[in-house]
Design a protein around this ligand. Sequence first.
Ligand SMILES: Nc1ncnc2c1ncn2[C@@H]1O[C@H](COP(=O)(O)OP(=O)(O)OP(=O)(O)O)[C@@H](O)[C@H]1O
Length: 491
Amino acid sequence: MTMLDVRAISHRYGQKQVLDGVTFSVEKGEIFGILGPNGSGKTTLLKLISKELPLTSGEIVIDGRPLMALSAKQWARLAAVLPQTVETAHGYTVKEMVALGRYAHQHGLFPTWTTEDETAVQQALAAVGLAGKIDEPLERLSGGERQRAYLARALAQEPQLLLLDEPTNHMDMSGQVRLLNQLARAAHARGLTVVAVFHDMSVASLYCDRVLVLKEGKTAALGAPADVMTPGLLNEVFAVPVVRQAHPAAAKPVFSFVPQHKCEETLLTGGLRPSFLDDAVVLAARQPLRVLSSALVGAGFQWATHFVNRHVGLDYDCRDAEEEMRRYLERHRFPVARTVGMMTAVDVRDAVWRRENGEAFSVSVLATAGVGNAVDAARAWQHQPLAVKPGTINLIIVIDGTLTEAAFVQAVMTATEAKTKALADRLIGDRETGTIATGTSTDSVAVAATQTGRVFAYAGTATELGREIGRLVYEATVEALDRWEKRGKRR
Ligand SMILES: Nc1ncnc2c1ncn2[C@@H]1O[C@H](COP(=O)(O)OP(=O)(O)OP(=O)(O)O)[C@@H](O)[C@H]1O
């Protein structure tokens, strides 16, 4: 059911056209965002809907009734507005100011304060987290608290349609989250319709069902955030490069911009070499590298400076290996938040380091390999419940260049295929199935890139980069297996 219908509205201030033929409608219970650069007409649009500016062109219908036909009081029973800037009403306490929101619900010449009025005010104050400040004079509140008090006044109005101009302006993170969650709950539970101007693209994406993107008073896009908020559109409308990524926990995109200085210098890892502790082989880069890894610490996408492949004895038994590894890294003064940490039962002195300095790019590989635990992935289902034996293949691949996310994933695939081929050529078997093994049951991989210089869109075996990764991983794995075998025979 439509709550708000805006049809072909335009607006001029003098000669200046600030809205031009904007059309959209908002369903009951929807959270609808209005986005756009400064001066694109967002506030003007809200002012037209809230009758603060006269409508001279187009039509606005609220809950089936033309805006023109609604008296101020009728409008206030349907809709409430939280403007961008509110003059502080001196001499009022928080509660008195919030109580003004009940005006539209009061009747007669001498209206009385009813239980419903009191409940609405108390609920609104609780919703914005100001229940403890009801008797405070408004002018003694901080900017963020004052914003919340005005929002409480709008909520106390118990509107069906809430118009908000940058509602989270001045609010700290917990205030923003509380307010936005509150709006989402009210939209879901009682069909409150919210139309709000947002400047934060990620907030709009996380909370809005649909967004209208304005550019110079015209509709640049209208639809679900995931569909219309593309980097191309945002780049065009806001004139800055925008990076879009999937939120790690919600099925929504989030957005960030790239700081200018990031692109200026090309980082090279030419000086990068493994160093050895008693029980670990370490790579330490001077600048953070972007990493995709399956490591125990620092898994997923990360920025990391340190890569630690730590030896643990055959008797290593820790229920929370990740936490124990973090403590190990802390003890050895590694910057845990910027460290990728792996474990191996292999003697780390047998680690193999390979580097190929190509003309166009460089790739390095650090490999440790033990295959006491070798498994054929295609037949792993035939194994008895896992009896973990020592042996892991850990690969760290470092690339000078800029990799797309697809290239990171392809680099992992290429490295895995090359590792598997190394095992096949060395006839490493899966002892339980009697077939050729494809890896071990606890292998780890990390692909790290400087993210400066040449861009690699792909890293499969059809590409120069993929071919280099394949060769180096294969050679390093074979050599690491040789060293592991020799050490085994010496024992
Ligand atoms: N009362 C006014 N008289 C003349 N011009 C105005 C008036 N109010 C706004 N404008 C102009 O209209 C244009 C749109 O203003 P509006 O406030 O609607 O933009 P906005 O998208 O809300 O911007 P912001 O993100 O900065 O809040 C701007 O160029 C502004 O200078």
